[in-house]
Design a protein around this ligand. Structure first.
Ligand code: PA5
Length: 449
């Protein structure tokens, strides 16, 4: 069963001729992407990762994953941005809400995340949470120099070394550049196991490298199935794929047609709380890939029905610059019926016997029509069920769509020059060697604010 795309809810909002033109351009953009003739072509390694991932690498990944699962109660995955969000999104999409282990028959360690912000309280509470537990960590940083994960890693590494003695180096795995960076040289000196993120794969496209796959293997997920799903969408979007068979080109064309019609904000909506972090990952994927040269659709995320009681008002009646892409899941893992009640004091007996997921579906259908009536175009991405195969498809679908969409916007979707500005200022304010003069200037500017 494949994920499906439905763009019928955009029809009354976009000019047919413009959509046709963008559809043709999307086919050309897909070809340019596949053949490496477009912008950023030195960062296209992700395109074929699902179908070409080296079997020896996969074996090593499963072996190391197995070792961490066997010797740990908690595994901390350290990373930020593209070195964090993919693993987090898939783990949350597929894990039970209240049990710590994905696969109840083969219990796994608890997988937690760090290095994705600079909150001291979080790190203190994490260290307290480690108490009495066997802790391991996977540190992911392609550059090996990003401040947030480097700080968290220093703290976690110290904890592991002081609590595990000689065993420490078997509890730390580094995923980084094959040759460069502080993390690579530290791992070599200290004898940690390592995995490489290929040179031609950027952070936000790195889920199908050990950056995403290793934490997911530790969490007990079937990474082969994830790759199989992704590879099937890879096959759908080959260089010669016609527009009608290529859902990635269709999504890219539809969202660019909406953008050109004045819809500058895309909201990724879900009706399943497990998908919250898929939206977080998607926001980074599209935001960092497209938001440049004063262009780009602003990607936002909402969790329905919760956010229908907050942002719902704005979506229905606020400024008409939004469109919605709704993720829906056909088949729930569990079903629960709403019980009848003799007294019916809450007047809910009209729902008695209905399944919660049916109620959720009607909420989604009702919202779809209300939002279209309110001037919010709608794109639907339908996922057969939440399992590794379908999530693999979804991830690759969005990655490929993002590459095509970036080309339609005429930007390089694979760089991120804008993220350096805050880093320079932060380094200067923190007194990093080499930034002294800039630091003094920034402090004067801050004092004047
Ligand atoms: O997508 C990207 O390239 C970024 O979000 C990076 O993944 C993020 O900045 C972390 O970088 P690194 O892996 O070098 O620590």
């Amino acid at each position: 069963m494949n994920i499906r795309l439905n763009i019928a809810g955009t029809q009354s909002f976009v000019d047919r001729a413009m959509l046709n033109e963008l559809s043709e351009k999307a086919v050309i953009a897909n070809r340019a992407l596949c053949e490496g003739t477009g912008k950023g072509s030195d960062f296209l390694g992700w395109l074929t990762l699902p179908s070409t991932l080296d079997k020896t690498e996969l074996l090593k990944l499963n072996e190391v994953g197995q070792r961490l699962r066997a010797n740990s109660d908690v595994v901390v995955a350290i990373g930020i941005g593209g070195s964090y969000l993919g693993a987090r999104a898939v783990k949350e999409a597929l894990s039970p809400f209240f049990k710590r282990s994905y696969n109840a028959d083969a219990p796994c360690p608890e997988l937690i995340f760090a290095g994705h912000h600079l909150d001291g309280d979080y790190l203190c509470e994490m260290l307290e949470h480690f108490d009495g537990k066997r802790v391991s960590c996977i540190v992911v940083s392609k550059s090996g120099t990003t401040t947030e994960p480097a700080v968290a890693f220093r703290i976690v590494k110290r904890y592991i070394e002081s609590h595990s003695g000689d065993d420490a180096k078997h509890r730390i795995v580094a995923v980084t550049d094959a040759e460069r960076g502080a993390l690579r040289s530290m791992a070599a000196r200290e004898g940690f196991d390592t995995f490489a993120i290929p040179d031609n794969v950027g952070g936000r496209f790195s889920l199908f490298t050990p950056a995403g796959l290793l934490p997911l293997a530790v969490a007990g997920l079937n990474v082969e199935e994830l790759l199989r799903g992704a590879a099937d969408v890879e096959k759908l979007s080959t260089p010669d794929a016609a527009f009608e068979q290529n859902i990635c080109a269709q999504y890219a064309a539809a969202r660019n047609a909406l953008y050109k019609s004045g819809k500058k904000i895309e909201i990724l909506a879900n009706y399943n709380p497990r998908l919250h972090f898929v939206a977080e990952w998607w926001k980074q994927l599209f935001g960092e890939s497209e938001g440049k040269e004063n262009k780009g659709i602003f990607p936002a995320g909402v969790d329905f029905t919760s956010d229908l009681h907050s942002l719902g008002q704005y979506i229905q009646e606020g400024e008409r610059t939004l469109f919605e892409t709704v993720l829906s899941v056909d088949k729930q893992r569990r079903t629960l019926e709403i019980p009848a009640d003799d007294k019916d004091l809450d007047s809910l007996n009209y729902l008695a016997g209905k399944r919660i997921d049916e109620v959720n579906r009607q909420a989604a259908e009702g919202t779809l029509l209300a939002h279209i009536d309110g001037g919010v175009p709608n794109i639907r991405v339908e996922i057969p069920e939440l399992n590794e195969y379908c999530i693999g498809q979804l991830v690759y679908f969005f990655e490929k769509s993002c590459g095509i969409s970036g080309y339609l916007l005429d930007v390089n979707p694979f760089d991120q020059p804008g993220v350096e500005a805050y880093k320079r200022n932060m380094f200067a304010l923190l007194g990093k060697p080499g930034f002294e003069a800039e630091g003094a200037k920034l402090k004067n500017r801050l004092a004047a604010l």
